[in-house]
Design a binder for this molecule. Structure first.
Ligand code: ZN
Length: 416
């Protein structure tokens, strides 16, 4: 007997398919051949900021035990299954398979996997690293998918969540998913699962909106709860296949503490600093502010879909101490940190200066121009200094997150 680990990535396109489906079909085929599944298959979300990502940026790995005479046949089945299902005709769809026959996963691979979740990694590095430990590689259409395939085999799941996924029969692919919304609300209220439903918007979150084979995915902290949760949902269409993946979703694995000066584009960071500007809003309702930590400063953004977080962000003032978590995108104004979570550590006493009242007329004075103080329109008196008033803000220390519907797969909800 030997352990056979199979990593797969990059089989989908914006038009369809899903690497988790290819993994689920292959898993079933290997079980039907008599191979023994030694653990749940892994669904690994890679760097959500990667500019090459396909949709959710998910790679999968399968972990089996096979008798020596079955190994070649199993590998052949893996290659044929990927060949059969991957989305053809897209330059950007570059499937890769990594096969590794070993009980132990090299620690160098684990570091590589964490990097693939947190920042940008290179194809050549993945290829060299896989080959140096004797892995077998299969590449299609360029094969950039071996990056994710290797990461999916090696990614440590010390913190783990589970997703039970039901797949649709093929003739329903691309049509509207028929699911009973009331049953999803009940599931949400059961507390067995997380991110099933957005109570802020009333949106069902277990069904994707893409033409892919996924009917619904239910997330939970244990495999049992994920499956039980899925069974609570009423569907008005047939299910082809169900499987449970162990995942790095909702673990915050992508976030790494750093200083602003060390921030790289397309990375995912946690930075602590002081707010150094009054927040500003641009058309579309997106809110920005500048954060400084002594090493440098960076613009932080709360986009419109982030919900209540956007309003909280607009309450920040210079001097507030915060910790910001999120992904970094290069923009025309420089690196911009898109907020996933905002921890307000200290709310500063922020005062605004406004024109003083005239000591003679008791009416509010007008500005006499920049740096020239204030003057009274009636009696012409002048005063040099304005009136300082401490701004009252409904902002309390605490940790705040984006709306459920804006949450990234890797982001850990505050409720779990
Ligand atoms: Zn006056």
């Amino acid at each position: 007997m030997q352990v056979l680990r199979i990593g797969i990535d990059d089989t989908d396109s914006p038009r369809g398919m899903c690497t988790t489906y290819v993994g689920a079909v292959l898993e079933k085929r290997l079980i039907d051949m008599g191979l023994e599944k030694i653990e749940h298959s892994h669904l690994i979300r890679l760097n959500p900021n990667c500019p090459f990502k396909t949709r959710g940026n998910a790679a999968v790995s399968l972990h089996f035990k096979a008798s020596n005479d079955m190994v070649e046949q199993a590998i052949d089945t893996a290659v044929k299954t990927v060949e059969e299902f991957y989305e053809k005709g897209f330059d950007e769809t570059q499937p890769g398979i990594v096969i590794y026959r070993s009980e132990e996963v090299p620690s160098e691979w684990r570091s590589f996997a964490l990097n693939a979740v947190r920042k940008m990694v290179e194809f050549d590095d993945a290829k060299k690293l896989a080959e140096s430990y004797g892995a077998q590689l299969f590449m299609f259409n360029g094969g950039r998918g071996i990056i994710g395939a290797l990461a999916a085999i090696a990614c440590p799941l010390d913190k783990v969540t589970y997703e039970a996924i039901a797949y649709r029969v093929k003739h329903n692919w691309g049509t509207v998913r028929r699911v009973d919304k009331a049953s999803v609300e009940l599931l949400h209220r059961s507390g067995l699962t997380f991110d099933s439903y957005d109570p802020e918007t009333g949106e069902v979150r277990i069904t994707p909106h893409t033409p892919c084979p996924v009917l619904a995915g239910v997330r939970a902290k244990t495999a049992e709860d994920a499956l039980k949760g899925l069974s609570m949902v009423k569907f008005f269409e047939d299910i082809e296949l169900v499987t449970v993946y162990a995942t790095n979703q909702a673990t915050d694995m992508h976030l790494v503490e750093t200083t602003i000066a060390d921030i790289k584009p397309f990375s995912n960071v946690i930075v602590k600093g002081r707010v150094s500007s009054i927040p500003w809003t641009i058309p579309g309702g997106h809110v920005f502010f500048e954060l400084s930590d002594g090493s440098a400063h960076i613009i932080c953004a709360a986009y419109r879909p982030t919900g209540r977080l956007r309003w909280l962000t607009s309450l920040l003032r210079p001097g507030d101490v915060v910790r910001v978590m999120g992904g970094v995108k290069p923009k025309v104004q420089g690196n911009t940190l898109n907020i996933e979570k905002l921890e307000v550590i200290e709310v500063a006493e922020y005062s605004r200066v406004r024109p003083p009242k005239c000591p003679i007329c008791m009416k509010r004075m007008d500005s006499a121009g920049s740096g020239k103080g204030y003057r009274c329109r009636r009696c012409r008196s002048r005063l040099l200094h304005g009136e300082k008033t401490v701004e009252r803000r409904p902002l309390k220390p605490g940790i705040y997150e984006v709306a459920v519907s804006a949450r990234r797969h890797l982001s850990k909800p505050l409720t779990i």
